[in-house]
Design a protein around this ligand. Structure first.
Ligand SMILES: [Zn+2]
Length: 204
């Protein structure tokens, strides 16, 4: 995307924040027009919002559709309050937000608790990273949603200290990690509790 176009998108997102919303006791609420997938939805004026700190399964992966349905049920046609972290928008011009329903439900955390998403906290946007890890741990313990899927466990796991992704040891991407950056994890749970995300290629 061109720099100018990007500025336009971020500009329109910021204008949107400044001049719209449903008001009420200093907290602005925005109507969700439609949900795109488990972690992305659209407000009026085509403002797209990406839920911060979580990642729902990609298309054609298990629980893609369930996660989209869960987000749809929770968000579509509802009013939401947005909370920001350090970065307000990503390079696609999507707003990055923590999202709350009028009854106080924290949507990002709720999707984690339901096992519809995994933790995806990346610097500098880590305001709720600890709460998200707690929610994910609870979901795993209860085998909620995608955590109920049976997967073949590896003897151990690896990750590069330079990324937040973990792999099975035989993954081609794992083999490319230099000795200096290579870190070994005893279990899948250890990797997940560190907030690492599973590699999309080896699906550890
Ligand atoms: Zn991998």
């Amino acid at each position: 995307m061109g720099e100018l176009l990007l500025r336009f998108f971020i500009g329109s997102a910021v204008c949107f924040l400044a001049f719209s919303g449903c008001g009420g006791r200093g907290q602005k609420f925005y109507l969700v027009e439609r949900v795109i997938d488990g972690d992305t939805f659209v407000l009026k004026d085509n403002i797209t919002v990406r839920l911060l700190g979580i990642d729902t399964p990609e298309k054609e992966r298990p629980y893609f559709e369930e996660a989209a349905q869960a987000a749809r049920r929770m968000l579509e046609g509802k009013k939401v309050r947005l909370e920001y972290d350090i970065e307000i928008a990503d390079r696609y011009g999507r707003l990055l937000a923590y999202v709350y329903l009028p009854d106080g439900t924290f949507v990002n955390a709720r999707l984690l608790e339901m096992g519809m998403a995994g933790v995806y906290s990346r610097a500098p946007n880590v305001k709720h990273a600890d709460a998200f890890l707690t929610a994910q741990r609870k979901a795993r313990e209860g085998k909620a949603g995608l955590w109920g899927i049976q997967i073949a466990l590896a003897d151990y796991y690896v990750h590069s200290k330079r990324t937040a992704v973990f792999h099975r040891p035989d993954c081609p991407f794992a083999q490319k990690i230099s000795k200096r950056n290579l870190s070994r994890l005893a279990t899948r749970g250890d990797a997940l509790d560190k907030g690492l995300s599973p590699c999309r290629s080896c699906n550890p």
